[in-house]
Design a protein around this ligand. Structure first.
Ligand SMILES: *Cc1c(COP(=O)(O)O)cnc(C)c1O
Length: 379
């Protein structure tokens, strides 16, 4: 059987949440970002492990429903926030019906919220109001943000002013200071007429790089999954553990003669007799075809692990690795990313970031969950 698989480690997710919480002052809450099927880890596998987060952030209504189903099955009630808000008036009404928290970044959404209000005691009675402080993606600009806040608070809504960093991974980037100062000023102006307004500015990178600017809610994504949030430190150096292992196996072994080439386009040829192995994973599983200089970890017959080079081109179902001089057997386990190599090391070889590699895994690898989930009550 082809045993290409994605293994999720709940203990790592729990550990990373604790590491993040330790960075925060005790009043700051964590919105665990589980959009895009929990960054490819799977909502069902991830949400139970992050049950002690203060809420869950998703990109759209269907993702919110999936999170709600998991929380309901464990009898847990926590805010679920549509971090891009409703995409139509009908969606707004459904979100209110299910009591999903909603972000408002645009005049249309503001009109829907003013026209169809939830009850005072509903979670969705708190609006995540998005302010564009420099990302120029979503949010009200300087000239509209105070007016938008005023119309919502006049209508009785409670607010969480929110904004998103463009360059938080690089703490020296000048845009950070500008975004922070705009955010602080707008928050102060809104609090002048709505004193119970909360703030939410930081993603994972902001949590680690801007610890004086955590405000009331942080929105943690990539750090929960154990990939590096900041440019100048590895995940390991930040005490983050990989929540996913992508693995496959050796399915054939050959000794090439000098001059034999391998794979599509014959990109690599043996200079001398050379032992290679074929590994049961390819871009059809979501492993990037474009990698240059990536390594995989292979276990030898004694169970010792070795980092081996990928040679030749990655194909849809397979690629080849250099195992010359090693005692590797058919069926030997191969780790593509996990503890070693890390997803960040592979991402670097693929010209991308850990986020993308996690999210673009296909449905072909078998999915499994490593071990137990925490109880609902925090101990
Ligand atoms: C995805 C997302 C986050 C989380 O970002 P990370 O870099 O993964 O921590 C935070 N805020 C918003 C608005 C997002 O869309």
């Amino acid at each position: 059987m082809r045993t290409t698989s994605i293994t999720i480690h709940p203990d790592a997710l729990m550990h990373n949440l604790k590491v993040i919480k330790k960075k925060l002052n005790p009043n700051t809450k964590v919105l665990a970002m589980v959009k895009a099927d929990a960054y490819g880890h799977g909502i069902d596998a991830t949400v139970p492990a992050l049950i002690h987060a203060d809420g869950f952030g998703v990109a759209c209504l269907s993702e919110a429903m999936a999170v709600k189903q998991v929380l309901d099955s464990r009898n847990v009630k926590k805010p679920i926030v549509l971090i891009e808000g409703a995409f139509s008036l009908d969606e707004w009404k459904v979100a209110v019906e299910h009591d999903f928290g909603c972000l408002i970044h645009h005049q249309n959404q503001l009109a829907w919220a003013l026209a169809h209000q939830p009850k005072q005691d509903q979670c969705c009675h708190t609006i995540w109001l998005k302010y564009n402080t420099g990302m120029s993606r979503l949010g009200f600009n300087d000239d509209q943000i105070i007016l938008a806040a005023k119309s919502l608070t006049d209508a009785g809504y409670r607010l969480i002013l929110t904004s998103h960093f463009a360059c938080a991974d690089d703490k020296t980037h000048p845009l950070n200071a500008l975004q922070i100062s705009k955010f602080d000023q707008a928050l102060a102006r809104i609090r002048a007429f709505a004193p119970d307004t909360l703030g939410s500015l930081c993603n994972s990178a902001g949590i680690f790089n801007f610890k004086d600017h955590h405000h009331d809610w942080v929105r943690a994504g990539i750090a929960l999954y154990g990939s590096k949030p900041v440019a100048d430190q590895s995940a390991k150096a930040l005490n983050l553990m990989p929540a996913m292992t992508l693995s496959a196996q050796v399915m054939a072994i050959h000794t090439l003669a000098a001059g034999d080439s391998i794979g599509y386009s014959a990109l690599w040829a043996a200079q001398k007799p050379h032992k290679i192995a074929v590994v049961s994973i390819g871009y059809g599983d979501g492993y990037p075809r474009v990698v240059m200089g990536a390594k995989v970890s292979v276990s030898d017959t004694l169970g010792n692990r070795h980092l081996c080079d990928i040679i030749g081109r990655v194909a849809m179902d397979m690629f080849m690795i250099d195992i010359d001089g090693l005692d590797i057997a058919i069926d030997a386990p191969v780790v593509l990313w996990g503890d070693s190599p890390t997803i960040d090391e592979v991402a670097l070889c693929a010209g991308t970031i850990g986020y993308e590699l996690m999210c673009r895994l296909t449905t072909r690898p078998k999915r499994c969950i490593m071990d137990a989930y925490p109880p609902n009550k925090e101990s």
